[in-house]
Design a protein around this ligand. Structure first.
Ligand code: SF4
Ligand code: SF4
Length: 470
């Protein structure tokens, strides 16, 4: 077995010791320009995230992934299982957009917009600082024996964490089943919604586990996006980078030493204060280079900028830059890879837009009732029983009529004889189709059924009619 080279940071993860035990990360509080911008942006995202289930567009939610009812809503547009091609195409467009974005701008998403980072760094971490103090106080508290103060702080923190996780779990659930159904689960007797309550508890425990214990490990071990970085990033991608040309050779700043003197002595601008390491929520040293664990949270940029300001040097020793930018002073370049991805993205987006705008108002399926046989009617005609399912994709009720195309016969809708599909709903009816024996072909006759609404044919469906063998 290959042994681990502990001096090589790429040979092991920063949050495990030599025995494989987890090293708890205590990132220090950070302040600075980037943190301020991220705080404002996070507030905006949190408002959208928590208000999302209540925002509607033309009566439909902004976003809903209703897996139990197989109904998906994106920006108020409903996608039914029948729209799976559209949905798959939309996912593909999203994936390619992410690939292009990542190739150009690295993990900007992770640091600024990923719900895991936003919730962890801007909500849970801040609560932890408020209750337990900054990193040194947290270390001290964890090492201290259990006493009244420690029990109170720990209980208080975990109670708040669980309450918040419960809230986050419910928000996620309302993106799946809609807030109205979630409200019903809350107000109805528990026995009526055992499954819903089960999911509510499971989501709450999951988020509590992630934010109280799992933390940065979710990004390092679970998130596939982080793992893709080595595939997507190239030397022109913008990442959080340490300017090693300017920073090396690093060495502590001696009292009364000027930068000119440092340079003369062969030192760079990095004063080896380690502040960029102590603020890192994933426990890495960005001076080692781009690493899978780095979520581009900008904390090290702020920490280093603060040091540079203090010692009178220019900021940006750690900054957003590409490898080529640092090595050769190049600006962001549009590479052939980005052009290729963009062409594919443009083509797929155009196809998606065309498909969305030309999709039918309704979609029907007609299937013979399994196990049913043909019947001979008193007038000599033969009949088959079918199940028809019609999905109404519009926001108005839709009367639907079925007609036999090109064959003498009739279509009878069971029940009140008509199909009216309420807006954004699916209805299922039984339909009896009769045809003249003269028109039948041996035991299986191909049928073409026209689906009409307000006199317009919106779809034709092919199926088969079973009759007696000649
Ligand atoms: S290296 Fe810097 S940007 Fe990357 S996770 Fe650590 S603090 Fe954030
Ligand atoms: S914060 Fe800046 S100066 Fe301090 S160790 Fe990190 S890179 Fe060097």
């Amino acid at each position: 077995m290959k042994s681990v080279n502990w001096s090589d940071f790429r040979d092991h993860i920063a949050t495990a010791d030599r025995s494989g035990k987890r090293k708890w990360v205590y990132p220090r509080k950070v302040a600075g320009l980037w943190f301020r911008w991220r705080t404002w942006f996070s507030w905006l995202l949190l408002i959208v995230m928590f208000a999302g289930p209540f925002i509607t567009i033309r009566g439909n939610p902004l976003l809903m992934m209703n897996i139990p009812d197989r109904k998906f809503v994106v920006l108020g547009q409903i996608f039914w299982p029948q729209d799976m091609i559209l949905f798959a195409l939309a996912v593909l467009v999203g994936v390619i957009a992410v690939v292009i974005f990542t190739t150009a701008f690295g993990r900007l998403w992770c640091g600024w917009a990923c719900p895991q980072t936003v919730m962890m760094e801007m909500v849970f971490r801040k609560i932890e600082y408020f209750i337990e103090g900054d990193a040194p106080e947290q270390r001290e508290l964890n090492a201290a024996p259990w006493n009244g103060r420690k029990i109170f702080k720990k209980l208080f923190k975990h109670a708040v964490f669980f309450a918040l996780s419960f809230l986050v779990g419910n928000v996620l659930l309302s993106y799946i089943i809609g807030w109205q159904q979630l409200y019903q689960i809350i107000v109805d007797p528990p026995a009526k919604h055992v499954v819903g309550l089960g999911f509510m508890t499971a989501f709450s425990l999951l988020f509590y586990g992630i934010f109280a214990r799992f933390r940065e490990q979710a990004c390092t071990f679970v998130c596939p996006y982080g793992r893709l970085q080595s595939l997507l990033l190239d030397e022109n991608s913008i990442v959080v980078a340490y300017d090693y040309k300017r920073g090396e050779k690093r060495g502590a700043l001696r009292r009364a030493q000027r930068f000119g003197e440092r340079r003369y002595a062969g030192f760079g601008d990095c004063v080896a204060c380690n502040n960029c390491v102590t603020v890192c929520p994933t426990g890495i040293d960005i001076r080692d280079g781009t690493q899978m664990e780095c979520v581009h949270c900008t904390a090290c940029m702020d920490a280093c900028d603060n040091v540079m300001k203090k010692i009178g040097s220019t900021t940006g020793l750690i900054r957003y830059a590409s490898l080529n930018g640092i090595e050769r002073g190049e600006r962001l370049r549009v590479t052939p890879r980005i052009i290729g991805y963009s062409v594919v993205l443009l083509a797929l987006t155009s196809l998606l837009v065309v498909l969305i705008f030309t999709r039918a108002d309704a979609e029907a399926t007609v299937l013979r009732v399994p196990g049913s046989l043909f019947q001979k009617m008193p007038d000599g005609h033969y009949s088959n029983l079918y199940t028809v399912r019609v999905v109404n994709k519009t926001s108005r009720d839709l009367p639907v009529e079925l007609r036999l195309e090109g064959l003498p016969g009739s279509v009878q809708v069971m029940g009140d004889g008509s199909i009216i599909v309420p807006a954004q709903k699916l209805v299922e009816n039984s339909v009896l189709i009769e045809i003249d024996p003269q028109a039948m072909r041996n035991d299986t006759t191909p049928l073409v059924i026209g689906v009409y609404s307000a006199g317009h044919r919106i779809q034709t469906i092919k199926t088969a009619f079973i009759g007696p063998r000649n």
